[in-house]
Design a protein around this ligand. Structure first.
Ligand code: 26Q
Length: 836
């Protein structure tokens, strides 16, 4: 059994334990006075700044540290409470946690926002300005990463013992600039100015193995054992982030791992005289956590990505098992009753074979006992329906990097296929379909299948998505284990996405129905009757107007485009993807422009169209779509005939802190993916909560949004998922274009020198006209334009629109992650809430 000895500086103190005298601290004041004093101390003493300081960065840091102190004491009490209760924990394993900013959220959840603003005022500081100084923690691509962050907020608020485990990327999601109308990526060195929210815990460093080989041997008792030798090891150093619940004294933990070179790098080759080479080699080890992969569909076969995935799984499981052994020794009888591992997609699914390895090779458990523990603790969430996005790793690469894991996967597969063969004797085709190994010239490990086989629960993220998984992608597995499969519709946290992002609306709501909705979002239903109150509608509009001014200022600053707040604000922000059909949105914009050119503007509703989102750096078509949006924006905005009738802007560097301004200022939310392709969507929920009305397809959670708000408050259009499959059989986009005058005019304009003089957009035009276009852009064009006309007409009727807007907020209660987390807990985790 391998036991790492910690470096000298972490050896235990001589007395064995620390004194009460050292540990007992008087609680910190939660009034403005106490906070102001701490801010001054941190600013002057700790940071050593003085009257010559000009930047808002140091006051921000001083405030962050003063707030962090208050989190720290609650954090400790929460830990003690969980410990004393012997609480079962869930570990949320995710390669991404898209946290965004922390300060405002921490103040809100601590109930400290009012006192802080007043105290800072007395110090001559402006809270809003300091909040704006903070750099987003962009440790995720989009939906999946932001969902993880919302989940943690809700778990802390529900006082559930849930720990997040992730990676502390040195560089988060790239920053996007637009240069000459095209996306340019810049590294996001978010840690450059330090991160006041993290606490390094080097004493919990773990060792991660890569490469080498396995050796099978008989131990002293004659039992066959395996050791993994000649490996190249890397250290995993944890950094802890506090996750405060909403005004309940709970602070949960998010632990992020950073890669560091082992001491061998310092000593080994140094003796051979290769000092500089040896120091340089440290780089390779530390590269593992250098950068987030900026691709939100799988980037296939990149060795560094597999290293990251294993790094997270192994470090986290070792951390947990080390703690277990400290209290229980090698008695694992209760282990499965005390742990649950929720896998955020297949990205951390190495956890299945890694837990087997640790239990068997490091803790001396037998295969069957270990497998029972794995399959009683692992649960897998799927986030995609696109078959091409399912993760696979070449067996060869897997075997080179993680030789012991591959052996274990083969054994899992052999036993699994035996079970399939017993259930369906003689069905060879089924065995090949379900095998964890896809055969072919380059055999591959199918990570989703590994996750399904190793888990007791498999869930999708919206009702339609879960249903399509069971009938399509995972049909064979559903047939074998129907009880494993379940749905957990996504949500978002209303603390960040309504209370913090939209304080004016939150205030109006609180005045009307109180503030119970902050922890019980269903309460928003009580707003519905106020939709019929003309005075309330007037105030609702005033808030929306103020939020539109805020958004217009952002658009002016970052795009240089003037948005008039009297116009309809029509917004689509999300990752750029063909299936999300930003192209369909552009076609509608060009259609509006064509009408303007033709003077067809009777009863026109002025509109400001905002599109934002990042394209994966290697995704050619997505980048071309961004270029097209920029070209259309440039052309339309420069045309005096379009004037105030139509404005278009591409918002660069869309991120969490941008959405906090975008969602409150939006009238119309674009959720227009090809039906059956968007697993859930969560931006749709943020918009709805902030009183935007959705124009959307029957896809993902749109279906459930429409169910809640009613068809009359939702602009539905387009093919259903079933119709999409049928339409694909005989799809003739050119026929559709030719048969529709509006559409033909749009394509002619798009293909003309006005937009496509250089031929830059030939690939985009070709995609729309292709009978093999998987996203059926042309098929939904007419229905989309018609729905947009209904939306414009509704918006022209100010009172009607306001009613719709109010009802959207009022009916958004179901889309709180508080509800989502309760469902995970009731059906999967079964944790007991614990109050510190
Ligand atoms: C995988 C392998 C290698 C490199 C990158 C990746 C990778 C990284 C991120 C694959 C996928 C992602 C992210 C996926 C994602 O964000 N999916 C979205 O998840 C949301 C939360 O469930 C849903 O609401 C969205 O519908 C879904 O698209």
């Amino acid at each position: 059994m391998k036991r790492d000895s910690l470096p000298d500086r972490f050896r235990p103190i001589s007395s064995g334990s620390l004194s009460e005298e050292l540990l007992n601290l008087p609680p910190l004041g939660m009034d403005g006075e106490a906070l102001a004093l701490d801010v001054r101390r941190y600013f002057g003493h700790f940071l050593g700044r003085d009257k010559y300081c000009r930047s808002s960065h140091y006051p921000y840091q001083a405030l962050a540290m003063a707030v962090r102190d208050r989190l720290m004491e609650r954090w400790k009490r929460t830990r003690y409470a969980y410990e004393e209760a012997g609480a079962k924990h869930t570990y949320y394993l995710s390669l991404e946690f898209l946290i965004g900013r922390t300060l405002n959220n921490a103040l809100l959840n601590l109930g400290f926002d009012g006192a802080a603003a007043a105290a800072l005022q007395r110090l001559g500081l402006h809270l809003e300005e300091l909040i704006d100084t903070e750099h987003d923690a962009g440790l995720g691509n989009g939906g999946l990463g932001r969902l993880a962050a919302c989940f943690l907020d809700s778990c802390a608020t529900l006082q559930l013992p849930v720990v997040g485990y992730g990676i502390r990327y040195e560089y988060g999601m790239f920053r996007q600039r637009i240069e000459h109308g095209e996306q340019v990526e810049e590294p996001d060195h978010w840690l450059r100015d330090g991160n006041p929210w993290e606490l390094e815990r080097p004493e919990h460093t773990r060792r991660i193995q890569y490469g080498g080989r396995t050796e099978h041997y008989r131990n002293a008792h004659g039992v066959m054992c395996v050791r993994w030798i000649d490996s190249h090891d890397v250290l995993a150093v944890p950094y802890d982030l506090p996750i405060p619940g909403y005004r309940n004294g709970t602070v949960n933990l998010l632990r992020l791992w950073r890669a560091a070179a082992t001491d061998e790098f310092d000593l080994g080759e140094f003796n051979a005289g290769a000092y500089t080479e040896s120091v340089a080699a440290k780089n390779a080890a530390e590269n593992i956590t250098m950068v987030l992969y900026p691709n939100d569909a799988s980037e296939n076969g990149k060795e560094l990505r597999l290293r990251q995935q294993y790094f997270l799984a192994s470090a986290s499981l070792q951390d947990i098992l080390t703690r277990w052994e400290l209290h229980h020794g090698l008695d694992f009888r209760d282990f499965a009753d005390k742990h649950c591992f929720q896998l955020n997609d297949t990205h951390p699914s190495c956890a299945v074979p890694e837990l087997m390895r640790l239990l068997i090779d490091e803790y001396g458990q037998g295969w069957d006992a270990a497998w029972r523990m794995v399959t009683r603790t692992m649960a897998y969430t799927n986030h995609t329906l696109l078959p091409e996005a399912l993760e696979k790793w070449p067996v060869r690469l897997f075997g080179q990097l993680l030789p012991r894991l591959l052996e274990i996967i083969y054994e899992i597969n052999a036993r699994f296929l035996d079970e399939v063969a017993r259930r369906w004797p003689g069905d060879g085709a089924r065995l090949a379909r379900m095998s964890l190994i896809e055969e072919g010239p380059e055999p591959q490990v199918r990570m989703a299948y590994l996750a399904i086989v190793g888990s007791f629960s498999v869930n999708g993220v919206a009702a339609l998505h879960s249903q399509l998984l069971q009938q399509g992608l995972f049909r064979d597995f559903h047939e074998l284990w129907p009880a494993k499969f379940n749905n957990k519709t996504n949500g978002v946290t209303q603390r960040r996405w309504l209370a913090a992002a939209n304080p004016a609306l939150a205030e109006l709501i609180a005045e009307t129905i109180g503030d119970a909705w902050i922890t019980a979002l269903d309460e928003l239903r009580r707003l519905a009757p106020s939709a019929d109150d003309a005075g309330f509608r007037q105030r609702w509009r005033e808030v929306k107007q103020a939020n539109k001014r805020r958004l217009a200022a952002l658009v002016k600053r970052d795009c240089g485009v003037d948005f008039d707040t009297a116009a309809l604000f029509d917004v689509q922000v999300k990752r750029i993807h063909e299936y999300k059909r930003q192209l369909l949105n552009v076609l509608h914009v060009v259609h509006l422009y064509a009408r303007i050119i033709d003077g067809d503007t009777r009863d026109w509703m002025p509109r400001c169209v905002l599109i934002g989102g990042k394209a994966a750096p290697g995704y050619f078509m997505a980048k071309r779509i961004i270029a097209l949006v920029c070209k259309v924006a440039e052309t339309v905005n420069a045309d005096r005939d379009a004037g105030a009738l139509l404005k278009v802007a591409f918002l660069p560097d869309y991120r969490v802190s941008a959405m906090e301004i975008v969602a409150p200022g939006t009238d119309l939310s674009e959720q227009i993916s090809t039906a059956g392709k968007e697993a859930s969507g969560t931006g749709n929920m943020k918009f709805m909560m902030n009183g935007a009305v959705t124009i959307g397809t029957l896809d993902g959670a749109n279906i459930e949004i429409r169910e809640e708000v009613g068809d009359e408050n939702f602009f539905l259009f387009g093919l259903t998922a079933a119709e999409v499959d049928r339409t694909r059989q005989a799809y003739d986009p050119n026929g559709i274009i030719a048969g529709n005058r509006d559409f033909a005019r749009v394509m002619a304009l798009l293909e003309s020198a006005r937009f496509n003089a250089s031929g830059l957009f030939d690939p985009v035009i070709h995609a729309i006209r292709s009978p093999h276009d998987p996203w059926l852009v042309a098929a939904d064009f007419a229905a989309f334009v018609a729905a947009q006309e209904r939306a414009a007409a509704a918006y022209r009727d100010v009172e009607r629109w306001t009613r719709m807007s109010i009802l959207n907020t009022a009916c958004s209660g179901r889309f709180s992650t508080d509800r989502t987390m309760r469902e995970y807990n009731d059906d999967i985790w079964k944790l007991k809430p614990i109050s510190p």
